[in-house]
Design a protein around this ligand. Sequence first.
Ligand SMILES: [Zn+2]
Length: 121
Amino acid sequence: MISEEKTCTRCKKSKSTDEFGKYHSPRYNVSGFQSMCKGCTAYLSNIRYHSNPAANLSQKKASAKWQAANLPKVYANQKRYRERLAAKNNTVLKTIPIYYAANIQAREEITQDSSIVQLDL
Ligand SMILES: [Zn+2]
């Protein structure tokens, strides 16, 4: 994978795009990457949390309150998440037998090659 360079808006250093968080949807940002590098994001997040832990707690309480008042929405979101995960796993499980079927020849060559040390586990 070829990684491109991107300049962090906070530390102003040019870094590989691997050093930047990704947006799940490209509509939030043209590049698809966050404007601050992961290090700066973690740093600011840490400062924000430790400067006011009570705010974090009240946010958690507000979130729990919203969830309790919106159970159908919460369950619908959980169901959607499980379905997406199942669909993703299903795709992976379906491709494994296809991969093995396509590579039987290669696997036999490997097992018959005496130069490859077979570990007796
Ligand atoms: Zn930075």
